[in-house]
Write a protein that binds this ligand. Structure first.
Ligand SMILES: Cc1cc2nc3c(=O)[nH]c(=O)nc-3n(C[C@H](O)[C@H](O)[C@H](O)COP(=O)(O)O)c2cc1C
Length: 183
């Protein structure tokens, strides 16, 4: 399967982006094609209903990757009990044609213990885009972020959070396979 992973942070050293890289690695190990769309490295223009983005290569690549993906991972930081502005802006550029009947995994990093607010809001947006929310999500909060700090080695992710990530990625891929088979 083709999986698009959107790292929805405007922070070069974001823990949610490093976690996205780790999820990309786990998905690739299962034999799938996992494409990382890093909104810091490839920023998108502010959405306007008036359009005018012709020739914007990053936006074109973003939309093509989502459109051709069999399933999608969306990663965000928890900002003011919501998702990051750059991720919301990116999602405003697309519609149900990019998400319909695709499994979507929501992922968030927060200063507090659990990123419930951003994850709940992200799942609401996914529902609006006609994506199929994975029943489980991944939240790294507080000290759990240590494994994804810039200096951290991804070969040494803390055992508890690693078990959780691998379990959720497995259940996401299982849902994605079922939905892809039904197309
Ligand atoms: C503008 C801003 C708002 C934030 N709001 C919250 C919040 O509402 N709840 C929370 O737990 N952490 C909040 N934080 C902390 C971030 O969620 C935390 O630093 C997170 O790890 C950032 O993710 P990143 O490493 O992927 O950038 C906020 C940080 C910033 C900069």
């Amino acid at each position: 399967m083709k999986i698009a992973i959107v790292a929805g942070s405007n922070h070069k050293l974001a823990t949610s982006t490093k976690l996205s890289v780790y999820i990309q690695k786990l998905i690739a190990l299962e034999g799938h094609e996992a494409t990382l769309l890093d909104l810091y490295e490839a920023p998108l223009p502010f959405y306007s209903p008036e359009g005018g983005y012709e020739g914007h290569e990053a936006l074109k690549a973003f939309k093509q990757a989502l459109f051709h993906a069999d399933a999608i991972v969306l990663a965000t930081a928890e900002y003011h009990s919501s998702i990051s502005g750059v991720l919301k802006n990116a999602l405003d550029h697309v519609n149900k044609d990019y998400f319909s009947q695709k499994a979507v995994l929501s992922v968030s990093s927060s200063g507090g213990a659990i990123a419930v607010s951003s994850l709940t809001q992200l799942q609401t947006i996914v529902r609006n885009l006609h994506g199929i929310n994975c029943p489980e999500w991944i939240s790294i909060g507080g000290d759990q972020r240590k494994s994804f700090q810039p200096e951290a080695n991804l070969e040494e992710v803390e055992a508890g959070i690693d078990k959780r990530i691998r379990h959720v990625v497995g259940s996401f891929l299982s849902l994605a396979k079922q939905l892809s088979a039904g197309k």
